[in-house]
Design a protein around this ligand. Structure first.
Ligand code: MBD
Ligand code: FE
Length: 311
């Protein structure tokens, strides 16, 4: 099959019609985006001679993807989340704004409403038997390097099976396990005790994994910890750190790894350290400061609103 009809007046008029561009009602922005995306799709079908069987396989896949709630999962897998970050970076570069702590993708697994703790929090409930104790701490700083007292550090990560609370297929984790909002102290310091997470893998056999496999790719992420850091007078920072030494640090299916986001992790077994954090044995320690960028003309010009789970 090799016919080319995309550029015919009939098909072009038809695209305007299905996008509502031939009449007044509806939302102009939606019409414009729909017209562009549909045009690109029609053209791809024409150029690549996409067969009806291939097309319907794609539709069935979309239905499965939606039924599994995985649109937000394949999105980072196809690099779109990272692409949006690159665009925000480019906007910042144009405005001369430097993000000393790089942004990186939020991912689909944040849940609003985590317990709020002042200064230092314990994130895990101690039930993950394979967990190696982690202590992470640092200072939230403004653009000038001055500490930001009262900054809010929202943190979330998975367990040693790669499962996040509220999205745990075994149902074993309590709500908000390994999720907290930490309020930085008068010196801008935040800190937490948890366990070192392991990498995440997309659900086996899922529509997301099937597409990745068809692309010759995998659906694994290196071990990582997510953060939103926010404070009055500063832009909200969305970022993650990776656990150094994870073999996938530079082979993330979600493309979230960035320079500056793989802090040193130090194994400690000294009594002083163990006692200082009230622990019962060896632990890993990460020191990491978050640098916030200032508002632009008094507003956060890059605040991202998206539907998010809340509990
Ligand atoms: C994750 O934990 C994650 O952070 C992303 C971006 C995608 C899937 C799972
Ligand atoms: Fe994650």
């Amino acid at each position: 099959m090799s016919v080319k009809i995309f550029d015919t007046p009939d098909v072009q008029a038809f695209l305007r019609k299905v996008s509502g561009l031939d009449q007044a009602g509806g939302d102009p922005r939606t019409k414009r985006i729909a017209h562009r995306i549909l045009s690109d799709l029609y053209r791809a079908i024409d150029d690549l001679d996409v067969t009806p069987d291939e097309y319907w396989a794609g539709i069935a896949w979309l239905n499965e993807l939606g039924a599994a709630g995985q649109a937000g999962l394949i999105s980072p897998g196809l690099g779109l989340d990272h692409f949006l970050d690159l665009r925000l970076d480019a906007l910042d570069a144009e405005l001369g704004i430097e993000n000393r702590t790089p942004r990186t993708i939020e991912g689909p697994l944040y849940v609003a409403g985590a317990p709020v703790v002042e200064g230092f929090a314990r994130l895990d409930d101690g039930r993950d038997r394979n967990g190696h104790t982690l202590v992470m701490h640092g200072v939230v700083k403004g653009d000038d390097g001055a500490p930001v007292p009262g900054a809010r550090v929202e943190v979330w990560h998975c367990d040693t099976r790669g499962f996040y609370s509220h999205f745990d297929p075994t149902g074993e984790q309590a709500p908000f396990n390994m999720r907290r909002t930490i309020v930085a102290d008068e010196q801008g310091r935040y800190g937490f005790r948890s366990i070192v997470p392991k990498g995440y893998g997309v659900p086996p056999g899922s529509p997301t994994e099937r597409l990745l496999f068809a692309l010759g790719r995998h659906g694994q992420r290196p071990a990582h910890i997510h953060f939103f850091v926010s404070a009055d007078g500063h832009r909200k920072l969305t970022t993650q750190i990776n656990i150094a030494g994870d073999p996938l640090v530079n082979d993330d299916f979600a493309y979230a790894t960035r320079d500056g986001l793989v802090p040193r992790i130090v194994e400690r077994d000294d009594e002083a350290g163990i006692r200082a954090y009230g622990l019962d044995g060896p632990f890993a320690e990460i020191a990491f400061d978050f640098w916030l960028s200032p508002l632009v003309d008094g507003v956060d010009n890059q605040l991202v609103e998206r539907p998010r789970a809340a509990a």
